[in-house]
Write a protein that binds this ligand. Structure first.
Ligand SMILES: [Zn+2]
Ligand SMILES: [Zn+2]
Length: 337
């Protein structure tokens, strides 16, 4: 099944390349770029398939049991722009390049130092014989690091200045998943890329693992009144679980449910909320107006401004990052004008 799919996919990619891209490159004397163009096309198609799959799953769920009816189309359109740019455009390519750059750099640095970090497969040789188990372990490990990256986004003032864009959406749908500042996307790519290299994820498996994490993440943003039941809520992050993280109801809603795929991390680190029938409104009342109603470009620009202000200690995105560390942070300056 998998082979059949990947064969068909290769055929399609080759056909598009030969009919649409190669002639153009040839026409303009750019055949040297053929290989890079094919890599980009591969990413574009991969992104397209991802968007099509999550749309086919999430859209009917949102129509079936919406939490919110009559959402603002304009606000959602901004999130659609984020998704298309992130999944079909430059950013996936950037992630891929960063992964290989990190791989080359780390391998070089390690070779120079004469120390080779033990990969998970060396610790657990059984993983070498059972590839699906190895993949499962990599997913769990990367998900654990994603939990902590998300905690840090809520902990450090400068990082919250970026992540606040994600939380400013009052009309959350599955499109909201990709609503992130480009700097945040770069940090995520570098973070995951470096960890993947360190634990020895084979480069071919990396995109598959990312896809698993992303599909779970997209589904968890859907505007749908769905929970997975007492046990399911504890096994996989649901739309209910993540909506609570985005909730503005206060009283236990902020600083909860950071996990991307496995709620077990929230359970272990004491940040889980499993109330099954709580579907709060989303948004951040303290976010700058540009984050709430601005288009992609305006939000990006404001993000650079906010992160610069946060770094020099004059942040105005909310008084403090919301999160479990709220009490532990030094008191910040009063919110800006
Ligand atoms: Zn968050
Ligand atoms: Zn989210």
């Amino acid at each position: 099944m998998w082979d059949w799919l990947s064969d068909k996919y290769d055929l399609l990619a080759t056909w598009i390349f030969e009919t649409a891209i190669q002639p153009v490159l040839y026409q303009f004397g750019l055949m040297d770029w053929a290989e890079d163009a094919f890599t980009w096309l591969d990413f574009f198609l991969f992104g397209l398939v991802q968007v099509a799959v999550v749309y086919a799953v999430c859209r009917p769920l949102e129509a079936w049991r919406p939490v919110e009816r009559g959402q603002d189309r304009r606000a959602i359109r901004t999130d659609v722009a984020y998704t298309l740019l992130t999944r079909l455009g430059v950013l996936p390519l950037l992630g891929f390049i960063l992964f290989f750059a990190a791989d080359t750099w780390l391998s070089g640095a390690l070779a120079d130092s004469g120390w080779i970090p033990p990969t998970l497969e060396e610790f657990f040789p059984i993983l070498r014989d059972i590839p699906w188990l190895a993949m499962l372990v990599y997913i769990v490990v990367l998900d654990f690091f994603e939990y902590w990256r998300h905690r840090f986004q809520h902990t450090f003032r400068w990082w919250w200045a970026l992540h606040s864009i994600h939380h400013a959406q009052k009309h959350m749908t599955f499109w909201t998943d990709d609503r992130n500042h480009v700097l945040d996307d770069v940090l995520q790519a570098a973070w995951l890329g470096a960890i993947a290299v360190l634990i020895g994820v084979p480069p071919g498996q990396f995109p598959v693992i990312l896809t698993v994490l992303r599909v779970a993440e997209t589904l968890s943003h859907a505007n749908t009144r769905i929970h997975f039941g007492w046990l399911g809520e504890r096994l996989v992050v649901s739309p209910r679980f993540h909506r609570l993280h985005h909730g503005v109801l206060g009283a236990g809603a902020t600083g909860k449910n950071y996990a991307v795929l496995l709620p077990v991390w929230d359970w272990i680190f004491g940040t889980a909320n499993f109330e099954r029938n709580r579907f709060p409104e989303t948004g951040d009342p303290e976010a700058p107006q540009a984050y709430v109603s601005g288009g992609w470009l305006r939000q990006q620009w404001e993000g650079f401004r906010q992160v610069a202000r946060a770094l020099v200690g004059r942040g105005e995105t909310g008084a403090l990052p919301p999160g479990p560390h709220q009490g532990a942070l030094p008191p910040g300056p009063p919110a800006g004008p």
